[in-house]
Design a protein around this ligand. Structure first.
Ligand code: ADP
Ligand code: MG
Length: 335
């Protein structure tokens, strides 16, 4: 069973909704009525030692920041603002006091930066390794919430920032590759200390130009497949349009990876993926200028289900298609 099948099994038995629950399982956040004008957004993400982080290279301050950031990213993906943080911490019997101090500093720093507040949690002993789960509650205006489900054929597909940096950074850490060059450091930092796109998410939601949006945590291939499935559409992506950090190509030759593979299937970019009508391209570009976050058109929403890379052949005589549906990160990949 893969991750999707596990969630679907739970979802089938979850029942038929609840008054005031605008969105349950299936989007970046649950959406719950707050009052006549606004709603709560609720999300939860877990970081597991040995799966999501390695203490050999992840400093405690940055891990604390990242635990908050990955949750804030899901709030940004709907267009909202984070408000309350609940932190559940599983620690093995013997842990370092200075590690905990650093981790707490990181959580507190991220909360201050993101303008949210640690309001509760839980502390338990784990049999092995550290577990960090955060539940984050955000809020926003009801009428502005952007779901994964609104993409329409003909829409332009956009991504913010660059793709593949965090995956390259993780691989640099794993291979203990040379990182003293500033340029490589930016990739390592993309993995250790991601920046959620709250301002851009807000601006896009307020503009009401965006039809569908989510954040990129499992790689473009998988996340765009989720967005397309929720919207009953497909997508054609132009590989040559995918935005890479200037460091990605150098890093890839060093770590033995292909940039295209990291950009398409690498996880943890925490950028925004969204679609809007093609005749709104200029307005989207203006919002990018206003918020200071780069956005790039990478393809088009189509009727035919599935996500494909469509490249023009070198000879210029035709197009080559590769199906990349759900080829990003999965915690339970099929063997
Ligand atoms: P994201 O990557 O945006 O955090 P996920 O892929 O983790 O989203 O989850 C997709 C949807 O499935 C979300 O609505 C999430 O709340 C729901 N979900 C994931 N795991 C579970 C679970 N164990 N029980 C109930 N819902 C779940
Ligand atoms: Mg998400």
């Amino acid at each position: 069973m893969n991750e999707r099948e596990i969630i679907s099994c739970l979802n089938k038995k979850a029942g038929d909704g609840w008054p005031g629950l605008r969105m349950g399982i299936g989007d970046d956040c649950a959406v719950i009525d707050k009052d006549a004008r606004s709603c709560w957004l609720v999300t939860m993400d877990t970081l597991v030692e040995g799966i999501h982080f390695d203490l050999r290279w992840h400093p405690p301050e940055l891990l604390g920041r990242k635990a908050v950031a990955v949750n804030v990213s899901d709030i940004a993906a709907m267009g909202g603002m984070p408000v309350f943080v609940f932190l559940s911490l599983g620690l093995p019997g013997e842990f370092d006091r200075s590690w905990l101090e650093g981790f707490s500093d990181g959580v507190s720093m991220a909360c201050r930066e993101q303008n949210c507040f640690l309001a509760g949690g839980d502390t338990v002993r784990s049999r092995e390794g550290i577990l960090v789960t955060i539940t984050l509650i955000g809020e926003m205006e009801k009428g502005q919430v952007v779901y994964r489900s609104g993409a329409l054929p003909g829409d332009t597909v956009w991504v913010s920032g660059t793709l593949g940096s965090a995956a390259a950074g993780l691989e640099i850490c794993r291979q203990r590759a040379e990182t003293d060059k500033k340029i490589m450091e930016s990739l390592v930092m993309a993995h250790l200390d991601p920046s959620p796109r709250v301002r851009l998410g807000r601006a896009l939601a307020e503009s009401r130009l965006v039809h569908a949006m989510m954040d990129l945590s499992d790689g473009l291939a998988t996340d765009l497949s989720h967005l397309c499935a929720r919207s009953n559409v497909g997508a054609a992506i132009r590989p040559e349009a995918l935005p890479a950090s200037p460091a990605l190509h150098d890093a890839c030759s060093m770590i033995g990876k292909r940039p295209i593979d990291l950009m398409v299937s690498g996880g943890e970019d925490y950028e925004l993926l969204f679609t809007a009508a093609a005749d709104r391209d200029r307005e989207i570009a203006l919002l990018s200028e206003k918020t200071g976050v780069q956005v790039t058109p990478v393809g088009t929403i189509v009727k035919r289900p599935g996500v494909r890379l469509v490249s023009t052949e070198a000879s210029g005589t035709g197009e080559e298609e590769v199906d990349i549906s759900y080829t990003g990160y999965d915690h339970f990949p099929e063997k």
